[in-house]
Design a binder for this molecule. Structure first.
Ligand SMILES: Cc1ncc(COP(=O)(O)O)c(C=O)c1O
Length: 480
């Protein structure tokens, strides 16, 4: 069994095994003609159930053959131009190379004595990101597992910086279309059930600052404490960007922590054309960025950044076995002092390899391309009487709904759209997402693939219309 341990004696086997795996995946990716096979849970589950984990195959080729059956064949492939669903980007090759390196070396970024250069690379990328944001000389941050954890950590710091210890008094203000991780964080942080105040949005799905000012004032008058305002720079559904400068003004006036959730919009930090859309982000106390959404990085790759490095102390614990307090005096850089995690992947390496190979402009150009494509998609939808499209894009999502001329019942239109999404998924021809706007069901494209064309968008719209019409035809037959 020792032959499976990666060490000086098995380097050749490591090379062979990994090359075999890479060749399988490369062949798979080259041959994928649809984003999904449309496999059902019922069809796939028995294949996985049938595998006896106590009966190993011992042989890499046999294991890869089996993996083909239970995973590779039916995986959802984000690199395909007709994968248009969630905030999953196709990944850039330098980052995938980074992934291969980081898992083989297996550094853990909690302490210097488990990562050495890795710690410094991560720190340099944090500095690079805070400089791009414009957070100032005292800024710092740390890589996290994703936007959910970044938001949680930012709100933990905000809670600790708030001027009361009475958790029931604390309020967080976030727009009605902010990410659900804000509410989840409030719960995890022990705040009361009314802690998150939902601020209405305007027609473009941006937080209404007049409403925010009103809520902040109400909070003050009620003797409560405004703990944080969460501005979203790229809402999950609409890509809308809250008015950051106005929100920054209000945060200053009410002495409130400003967190910018730029999990999605952070791609604009590298943008060549559209960086100004997130002007005002530099006034934040903390920022969430998800490189695994708009920097074309593999999952996971995210960071939380703060204006004042000292605030990260709220996440610090010293353990004798790992990061004793004396190491701070000895100036030993232990990233665990800043993180909610202990053992932590060297995800920063992927971004490092990307920037060293492509440069920031390379990433920014890719993101600009998908933003431009989305505008073209919006024009297609706006000109097509079969569809209602919700807002003009600020980033790369389109929310729309099929509206048949002959049907007026909104509930029936809901059902037709829900059916179309499901049927499309089952066909594997394309994958799209869905959401609700008000009480109504809509469909969503998240366009993160520069290889997607307007022809792809037009073709997928035709497929959606076809499935919806089929549903409506069948439901009319049932009714008659
Ligand atoms: C605006 C926003 N914030 C936070 C998150 C959560 O990020 P993650 O899925 O990386 O935890 C998302 C995910 O879609 C998001 O869109």
């Amino acid at each position: 069994m020792r032959s499976h341990l990666l060490n000086d004696t098995t380097a050749e086997q490591y090379r062979r095994s990994v090359t075999e795996g890479v060749e399988r995946v490369a062949a798979k990716i080259a041959a994928t003609d649809r984003p999904f096979t449309g496999v059902s849970v019922d069809a796939l589950a028995p294949r996985i159930d049938a595998i006896d984990l106590d009966e190993p195959l011992h042989d890499t080729t046999a294991v890869l053959d089996e993996l083909e059956e239970v995973y590779l064949r039916d995986a959802v492939y984000f690199h395909h131009p007709r994968y248009l669903a969630h905030l999953n980007c196709p990944v850039v090759i330098p980052a995938v190379l980074g992934e291969a390196v980081l898992s083989a070396v297996n550094s853990s970024l909690d302490t210097w004595d488990q990562s050495a250069g890795g710690t410094l690379i991560e720190r340099k990328l944090i500095d690079w990101t805070t400089a791009r944001i414009g957070l100032g000389p005292a800024a710092d941050g740390v890589f996290t597992s994703g936007g959910t954890q970044s938001n949680l950590q930012a709100l933990l710091l905000a809670r600790e910086e708030a001027k009361t210890e009475n958790l029931a008094e604390l309020r967080i203000f976030a727009s009605e279309v902010s990410h659900f991780s804000v509410k989840k964080s409030a719960k995890l942080l022990g705040l009361g059930p009314d802690a998150v105040v939902s601020v209405p949005v305007d027609n473009n799905k941006r937080m209404q600052t007049v409403a925010l000012a009103h809520e902040l004032e109400r909070c003050k008058e009620a003797g409560l404490t405004p703990m944080a305002v969460v501005a979203t720079a790229g809402t999950t559904d609409f890509g809308s960007i809250d008015p950051l400068p106005e929100i920054a003004e209000l945060c200053m006036r009410y002495g409130t922590w400003m967190h910018v959730d730029a999990a999605y919009g952070c791609g604009l930090l590298a943008s060549v054309k559209y960086r100004d859309r997130i002007d005002g982000i530099e006034r934040a106390d903390s920022v969430t960025v998800d490189y695994h959404k708009s920097f074309f990085q593999p999952v996971s790759s995210s960071a939380v950044l703060v204006r004042d490095a000292a605030t990260l102390r709220h996440a610090t614990y010293h353990a004798e076995y790992l990061n004793p307090r004396r190491m701070v005096q000895e100036r030993i850089p232990n990233q665990v002092d800043k993180s909610l995690q202990t053992t932590r992947r060297f995800d920063a390496l992927k971004l490092w390899m990307t920037l060293r190979t492509m440069g920031a402009d390379g990433i920014g150009q890719l993101f600009d391309e998908v933003c431009d494509l989305t505008v073209e998609g919006w024009h297609l939808l706006a000109a097509d009487p079969r569809f209602d499209v919700v807002v003009q894009p600020s980033l790369s999502t389109l929310v729309f709904r099929y509206i048949p001329a002959a049907v007026t019942d909104p509930a029936e239109i809901d059902r037709a759209n829900l059916y179309a999404r499901k049927a499309l998924f089952a066909s594997g021809d394309a994958v799209v997402a869905g959401t609700k706007v008000g009480a109504r069901h809509y469909l969503k494209f998240t366009l993160l693939n520069p290889e997607t064309t307007t022809d792809d968008i037009a073709a997928v719209l035709d497929l959606i219309a076809g499935h919806a019409e089929q549903y409506l035809g069948e439901s009319l037959d049932h009714a008659s």
